[in-house]
Design a protein around this ligand. Structure first.
Ligand code: FAD
Length: 413
């Protein structure tokens, strides 16, 4: 039997960034919370590049001193290389905000996620690793708890006022309640690996994320410098393009590198140090973020194409918003759908801004050209890239992108 102490007020499914965030912030505010993670940490995970707006949640979590003391590479900018090999001027985050928060980190996720989980424990969260959540229990429409299974196969039920699903792309509740809405316009996949001894820029550009377009804009590579001289490099493209009627993942990865000389040049002479990884489940969201007694956060709520490295930010942000809504609800004795998910509409508007910027990129949007045409928008573009998504003024960027498209079409005629 797994030792569950007092009847928890909240149970959290999953110990990734979303789960660790919600649990820590709940415990900080005096809520009895137990977290269940099927793996034993450290465990591998993709998603290594943070964006600056994570700063504010990390601050609340008391994670900043740990990150500042870590070996994680500091990230000051993001840069784009077009399919012709032309590199735009880097978007330096401090151009907009001359503040600590304008620098962020490239993290090895096994280490970052473990730090986050141990930090949750330090704040009073009771964690259970190696314990899989099999199901969420309901009484009518109200979630009442979870069924768990330990490593010996022993099953147990745990009851709580609120169930938080932070199970990532396993999306336990999304699947159980059939809430998944796929996004056919972003039906992508990815193949990636890790190299040691690859090229990296010097000084403050050392930790830049570089996004490099593949020939004919068929896809793009991420290039993320990590510590210990490791670089994470992966290609993203349409699902059919990458996976249908082509060879093994290894062959496709090598072919795509040939189509992206700027990426290939960066790893020349370097040594591949892991196997090739692949994932195919891209971009979806849930029909709703909450119900009576339950709430979804992070990838369990929705997943957006990783072009702008927004996943961990969205996991942290939704974890924060859910935690505050739960605390408020427990105080009022209200754990209804409306209370637990009152943050959802504003959150979705922000997420949609990031989604639109992703779609524009796939539609041929060129950052360098755009800021030359609309220099006043340079700051807004940087705001979007750092994840400062929740302000209406940013919508003007999309109007200007539409103007630029109309101008290009007129010139082409
Ligand atoms: P996860 O990190 O997936 O955590 C969920 C946890 O739940 C896992 O530890 C899992 O073991 C556990 N779990 C699942 N099911 C159960 C169960 N039944 N019982 C108990 N535990 C369970 N994001 C970025 O910010 N930057 C990037 O550069 C970036 N690049 C990416 C590249 C690719 C190819 C992909 C696919 C994603 C990328 N992401 C990136 C997104 C990022 O990986 C996710 O958005 C982020 O990990 C979401 O955090 P989470 O806590 O919601 O889920």
């Amino acid at each position: 039997m797994i030792d569950i102490q007092n009847k928890p007020q909240v149970v959290v499914i999953g110990g990734g960034p979303a789960g660790a965030t919600v649990a820590t912030l709940l415990a900080q505010q005096g809520v009895r919370v137990e977290l269940f993670e099927r793996e034993k940490f450290p465990r591998f995970h993709i998603g290594e590049s943070l964006i600056p707006e994570t700063y504010w949640v990390l601050k609340r979590l008391n994670m900043l001193p740990k990150l500042k003391d870590s070996q994680f590479i500091k990230k000051y900018s993001v840069q784009f290389v077009s399919d012709s090999g032309k590199q735009s001027a880097p978007f330096y985050f401090h151009d907009n905000k001359d503040h600590d928060c304008s620098q962020t980190w490239q993290v090895r996720r096994s280490e970052f996620d473990e730090m986050m989980l141990r930090n949750a424990e330090e704040h009073g969260v009771k964690t259970h690793e190696g314990v899989r959540v099999l199901d969420v229990l309901f009484d009518g429409d109200r979630a009442t708890g979870i069924q768990i299974m330990d490593e010996n196969g022993e099953k147990q039920e745990v009851y709580a006022d609120v169930v938080v699903d932070a199970s990532g792309q396993s999306s336990l509740l999304l699947n159980k309640l059939k809430l998944k809405v796929p996004d056919p316009s972003l039906n992508k996949g990815s193949i990636w690996t890790y190299y040691q001894g690859a090229k990296r820029d010097a000084g403050r550009d050392e930790g830049a994320t570089t996004v490099l377009q593949v020939e004919n804009k068929k896809g793009w590579f991420w290039y993320i410098p990590l510590h210990d001289d490791i670089v994470s490099i992966g290609v993203v493209g349409d699902f059919d393009y990458l996976f249908k009627g082509r060879g093994s993942h290894e062959e496709v990865f090598a072919e795509e590198l040939e189509r992206c000389p700027a990426a290939k040049m960066r790893i020349e002479g370097a040594q591949q140090v892991t196997k090739i990884f692949a994932t195919k489940d891209f971009t979806y969201k849930s029909k709703q973020a909450s119900g009576d007694g339950w709430v979804l956060i992070g990838d369990a709520l929705g997943f957006l194409d990783p072009l702008y490295s927004s996943g961990v930010l969205l996991a942290l942000k939704s974890g924060e918003l859910a935690a505050d809504a739960i605390v408020e609800g427990l105080k009022k004795g209200d754990t209804s759908r409306q209370q637990l998910g009152h943050w959802e509409p504003a959150y979705l508007v922000g997420m949609e801004r990031m989604r639109k910027l992703v779609c524009e990129y796939y539609d041929g949007f060129n950052f360098g050209r755009f800021v030359r045409r609309f220099p006043d928008h340079r700051g807004d573009i940087t705001d979007l890239l750092i994840g400062d998504l929740f302000k209406d003024s940013l919508d003007k960027v999309f109007e200007s992108i539409a103007t630029m498209k109309t101008e290009s079409e007129a010139m082409a005629e």
